[in-house]
Design a protein around this ligand. Structure first.
Ligand code: SF4
Ligand code: SF4
Length: 353
């Protein structure tokens, strides 16, 4: 590629890695970060990239970006604050709800990098450290020798297989005592559902031999290893309590596929996906809003309500509601998601979902 050209623009975020290597390869004129055509930091937005290319070509930009940025900053002030949230039906929400119930604000909760880091925000607030991939296990190992409080660490399946195993070996070998919850959603959720060695699918799409996480941790020497579906909140809580009593490292594998994948699979197979609704038994205790959280649940006109377009029917909210006020909606519904129009529905269902 470089053989044919004399000038090259390198547009890369983070460190000028490619830029340095291209310079080492050939004496070509490079326009990049090191000669200030593109910024060293910041996310590369359209205007930053166009400004860099325009500067390189010695021409102006196609539009007045200062004005656009100024206007968009004004509009942004009008938007309500929207912290990032876990998806409706996310199994991590259920896991962290159970962890918080068991921890009762009296335990250390180191964590790691993945979608589940979003549980650092209210109301879950169950992620107390996030340093680098796999650090939750090493941090817990260190903390276990100096803290009197119990420790429940969390790490995703992908992150664990990528960087958590050596730290777990060290922790078991050195006699640490903590509970490690491996949040196994059978994918690499945050970056877009890439496969990992536990999924049985290689990046090229061919089948691979899936790593069995429970056998792996047992092989390392962990004596307490249990697999739980986090949607079963009460079982999850009981398992965590037993794990905390174990004298050593205990591993709880919280296993449930990412709700986006689970939902897609059910839609493809034509499975009926229930929708939950809040009945008149609700006494506004707010457990489902201030302790649990789901983007489908909100307050509307002074009442707790579930958005039927967002609910994926995991049923966890119905299990944590002290009044048993959340139930499967019995309203007649056409279960075909993405239907064209209720007018053409042969079953005269009330609405399409
Ligand atoms: S947890 Fe149940 S009773 Fe409490 S606010 Fe939510 S729906 Fe109502
Ligand atoms: S069943 Fe409840 S927790 Fe699950 S997606 Fe629907 S509203 Fe959210």
């Amino acid at each position: 590629f470089l053989e044919e050209i004399e000038k090259v623009a390198i547009v890369e975020e983070l460190d000028p890695f490619i830029e340095l290597h291209v310079k080492a390869l050939k004496n070509v004129e490079v326009f990049g970060k090191l000669n200030n055509f593109f910024p060293m930091n910041s996310e590369y937005t359209v205007h930053l990239v166009e400004q860099g290319i325009a500067k390189m070509l010695g021409i102006g930009t196609s539009r007045n970006y200062s004005e656009i940025i100024e206007n968009s900053n004004e509009v942004a002030k009008l938007a309500p604050p929207r912290p990032p949230v876990l998806c409706p039906g996310c199994p991590h929400t259920a896991s962290y709800y159970a962890i918080k119930k068991v921890a009762r604000n009296n335990m250390a909760l180191p964590s790691d990098i993945g979608c589940y880091t979003l549980a650092a925000t209210k109301p879950l607030e169950a992620v107390e450290t996030c340093i680098c991939m796999g650090a939750s296990v090493g941090v817990s190992n260190g903390l276990s020798y100096v803290l009197e409080n119990p420790i429940i660490a969390t790490v995703g399946d992908s992150t664990f297989l990528h960087a958590g195993i050596p730290a777990l070996v060290d922790a078991v070998y050195n006699g640490a005592k903590f509970v490690l919850v491996i949040l196994d959603n059978n994918t690499t959720g945050m970056t877009g559902h890439q496969p990992h060695p536990g999924t049985g699918v290689r990046p090229c799409g061919l089948k691979g031999k899936a790593v069995n996480i429970e056998k792996l941790v047992k092989g390392i020497g962990v004596e307490f290893v249990e697999v739980v579906n986090p949607y079963d909140i009460r079982k999850m809580e009981k398992t965590l309590k037993r794990a905390l009593e174990h004298d050593g490292v205990a591993v709880v594998i919280s296993r449930m596929p990412c709700s986006l994948i689970w939902n897609r699979q059910r839609r493809k197979s034509g499975e009926r996906i229930p929708v939950y609704t809040v009945t008149d038994d609700c006494n506004l205790c707010m457990e489902c809003i201030t302790s649990f959280t789901c983007p489908a649940i909100s307050i509307r006109d002074g009442k707790v309500a579930i958005d039927e377009n967002l609910c994926v029917g995991c049923g966890v909210c119905s299990r944590i509601c002290p009044e048993k006020a959340i139930k499967i909606c019995q309203q007649e519904i056409c279960w075909v998601r993405g239907g064209v129009c209720s007018k053409i529905c042969p079953d005269k269902a009330n609405k399409f979902r």
